[in-house]
Design a protein around this ligand. Structure first.
Ligand SMILES: *Cc1c(COP(=O)(O)O)cnc(C)c1O
Length: 369
């Protein structure tokens, strides 16, 4: 773990990861009429941040057999309207940075890395977050380091850093009631979240989110309007918790590696395919993806068996359904690999609450079929 990362993560903290991305894009000058490239096979948070700047998302497909941005599709779609490229390291698997960065650099377009799934993955011994002008991180429930809700921006380019810092002055602290609710949510998550309780907790969380009693993950995106979240910093109490928990990144990583090797060695079913990772890379998995033919049936069986399997991403811009895609400018068929991946991927947990026994249950569940 690099100590400069530990120092930088608490310095520019925002209400959420997407707000950190928004702040970076604003400082890069993204405005109405500009495009920002991102991969399909992502979550709504990313286009939401782009659209909050009034920029338009430009969806790039994922690689034929992978979960990260396809350099050849970026090459095809990038244009003079493209103002920035957001590169995601999906599940912690590093993207093909050598190819992607060179395409962007050749046109003088800045690269921003979405490191929400990983702190420590690396490619050719270079840690993610060091390839572009900036990177951002998230601390919400599904991420490697759970702090509640919040995110950080890390800026590598000195002049961009100046702008982001200056703009940061006008971000506000969230109202106290909001901070209190997030603290309660954090405690409930910490006490309750076990792999065996994944399905019931998921149902309850959705219910509470729907009635506004819990901070739900997505804001309705409306063209030309911007959610209040985008004006906010991370609550002070949560930021304090972030500082206190940063030291545990190494143990979270070690735990993830241990659980992943259990999956790697244990899963022998030939109905399960793996996602390939790039050469000379080190992956620290936020979740461990597998490809299956009967995704929906498998999810139903996992729910019955009390086994934690997640469906994300279920759609190219999770969780939006096809009839909602136009709201974020996703056109059906524009990223066929991403759409295919959604139909065949499920992910296994690697987080600190997963015990060796839980992982064995997952392995057994998958091998049984
Ligand atoms: C979680 C996540 C984000 C943003 O997270 P928030 O903190 O909820 O805004 C962005 N990109 C990816 C890939 C994520 O998984």
């Amino acid at each position: 773990m690099k100590s400069d990362l530990l120092e930088q993560l608490p310095s520019l903290t925002f209400f959420r990861g997407r707000v950190a991305l928004y702040a970076i894009l604003k400082a890069l000058g993204v405005q109405k009429g500009d495009e920002v490239a991102l991969q399909a096979f992502t979550c709504l948070a990313v286009p939401e941040a782009i659209m909050a700047t009034q920029g338009q998302p430009l969806y790039i497909d994922v690689e034929g057999a992978g979960v990260n941005m396809d350099p050849s599709d970026l090459e095809r779609k990038i244009s003079s309207k493209t103002k920035a490229v957001v590169i995601q390291h999906t599940y912690g698997i590093p993207a093909d940075m050598t190819a992607l960065v060179s395409i962007a650099e050749a046109r003088g377009i800045p690269v921003v890395e979405d490191c929400c799934h990983t702190f420590e993955s690396a490619i050719n011994n270079k840690t993610v977050g060091n390839f572009g002008v900036a990177s951002f991180y998230s601390y919400e429930w599904g991420k490697p380091l759970v702090v509640g809700i919040g995110g950080s921006a890390i800026i590598n380019d000195p002049s961009l850093l100046k702008t982001v810092k200056l703009n940061y002055e006008i971000f506000l602290d969230p109202p106290g009631s909001n901070a209190m609710r997030l603290q309660l949510q954090y405690l409930a998550h910490k006490i309750l979240y076990r792999p065996r309780l994944y399905w019931p907790i998921k149902s309850i969380f959705h219910l509470l989110g729907a009635v506004g009693a819990a901070e739900s993950n997505y804001n309705p995106v409306k063209e030309g309007s911007i959610a209040v979240d985008f004006h906010l910093r991370m609550a002070l109490g949560l930021r304090r918790r972030l500082v206190a928990k940063l030291g545990s990144i190494e143990s979270v990583t070690a735990h993830s590696n241990k659980i992943v090797s259990q999956y790697d060695n244990g899963i022998t079913s030939d109905a399960v395919a793996r996602v390939v990772t790039p050469d000379a890379s080190k992956t620290v998995y936020a979740r461990y993806p597998i490809l299956v033919k009967n995704k929906q049936e498998l999810l139903r069986r996992a729910k019955r068996a009390g086994v934690e399997l997640a469906e994300w991403y279920a759609t190219p811009v999770h969780p939006l359904k096809p009839n909602e895609w136009s709201s974020i400018h996703y056109e059906e068929g524009c990223c066929p690999n991403a759409e295919m991946r959604c139909a065949e991927i499920v992910t296994l947990p690697t987080h600190p609450a997963v015990t060796v026994r839980d992982a064995s249950r997952v392995v057994h569940f998958l091998n049984q079929r």
